[in-house]
Design a protein around this ligand. Structure first.
Ligand code: ADP
Length: 386
């Protein structure tokens, strides 16, 4: 490792010589000077780590030399160890330190103490440099991260825009196919045999599935953060609205829905209604065949600022290894026997997590029903009340 460079400034030749020897012997690269001007010159040419500065110099005082070292940007980080004559007063010591000296020793200075002090000061300076270097590295890493985040957000926005345009543009030709297949079927109604009717039904079934897939994709790409209208939302109203939309399905399933009084949360009314409609619709869809569906909607205060609202059913349940996966877009655990596109829970997650800063998760086991939890912020007026 490179030796630390020291400039030893002292007008007394004997003591300068003795200290040069001591410092060289201790492994330092030593330059020396006998006046203030020489000291400033040596500092410029040797670029030292530390200057050992006698206060009493013939031309410029040591305190002034120190001030100049510290006020020049090229030498401001050089450590200054000031050494003064025997009878130093407290104001003199204070003046030296206030002019930038890093420490202050009074003659006579024990050689071991001097070397130990030099080493301690250099250690401190190295630690400072390391800290500055890691701060700079951290700043650079943060800057890169911010750039990457921005690029990711941009590419997400582009993808969303693409999904939106593509799904929008696909709807038209699909509608055309459906309409013309239906017209063709009607005009050929007498000529079609059983097999051909089945083929037509396959085509129409395919277009129906594709159509619901496209509208779900559109729904998924529509929930952008900047279109939110956050306000106090009474979940009682939101759930009532969702249940009203699902009235026919609830009746067809013979389902019983029990709900507690629900809290007022902070959110976007339309988007939260979508969340609860999706969750309740799933509870109906994934019910057991041989048991009437029972759905419970409950709420629990989990912190002064937050509620966890739960939609619990007695349906077919979900194996724990799928608990995370089902919230990803197009993730389905069921084939065509149960209709769906795998978008519903992905929409819920986007709304709850990205748009409301909340969280959503499921607790479930196969055959034991499922409980979907939605954690949301309480409306400001409600916060802290129980
Ligand atoms: P979809 O219902 O269109 O398939 P979702 O995103 O709503 O899409 O749900 C993803 C998957 O999670 C479903 O395919 C189903 O397997 C499972 N799932 C969702 N809700 C429930 C539930 N209440 N009970 C059992 N499984 C569920």
């Amino acid at each position: 490792m490179k030796s630390a460079v020291i400039v030893n400034v002292d007008d007394n030749e004997l003591s300068r010589y003795a200290r040069n020897r001591l410092l060289r012997h201790s492994g330092f690269d030593v330059h020396d000077a006998s006046t203030g001007e020489e000291a400033l010159q040596a500092i410029r040419s040797a670029n030292p780590d530390l200057v050992m500065l006698d206060v009493n110099l013939p031309d410029i005082s040591g305190i002034e030399v120190c001030r100049r070292i510290k006020s020049h940007s090229d030498s401001a980080s050089v450590i200054v160890l000031q050494i003064s004559a025997t009878a130093t007063t407290a104001p003199q010591a204070t003046a030296a330190l206030e002019n930038g000296a890093d420490t202050y020793l009074v003659e006579p200075v024990d050689p071991d103490v001097l070397v130990a002090t030099v080493r301690a000061l250099l250690r401190l300076r190295n630690a400072e440099r390391d800290l500055a270097a890691s701060n700079a590295a951290l700043r650079e890493a943060n800057r890169m991260l911010a750039g990457l985040n921005e690029a990711l957000a941009r590419s997400n926005r582009d993808l969303e825009r693409f999904a939106h345009i593509a799904s929008h543009d696909l709807q038209d030709p699909l509608r055309t196919v459906t309409v013309y297949v239906e017209m063709l079927t009607r005009s050929l109604s007498n000529q079609l045999d059983e097999k051909q009717r089945e083929f037509v039904e396959f085509i129409l079934d395919g277009t129906r599935r594709m159509s619901s897939f496209i509208s779900d994709l559109l729904a998924y790409s529509r929930f952008e953060r900047d279109k939110l209208e956050l306000q106090p939302v009474p979940l009682d109203d939101v759930v009532a609205w969702a249940l009203d939309n699902l009235r026919d399905k609830i009746r067809d399933a013979g389902a019983a829905v029990h709900r507690e009084t629900l809290p007022v949360v902070w959110g976007d009314r339309v988007q939260l209604a979508q969340v609860f409609q999706n969750l309740i619709a799933n509870s109906l869809k994934y019910r057991k065949e041989n048991e009437p569906a029972v759905i419970r909607i409950e709420a629990e205060r989990v912190s002064p600022e937050e509620w966890a609202v739960c939609v619990r059913d007695n349906g077919i349940g979900i194996s724990p290894e799928y608990h995370d996966r089902i919230f990803g877009p197009f993730e389905r655990l069921h084939g065509r026997q149960i209709p769906g596109t795998g978008i519903g829970l992905a929409v819920c997650r986007r709304i709850v997590v990205e748009n409301h800063g909340g969280s959503i998760w499921v607790e479930s086991e196969p055959d034991k029903g499922a409980a979907f939890f939605v954690r949301l912020k309480a409306a400001p007026a409600e916060q802290g009340q129980t």
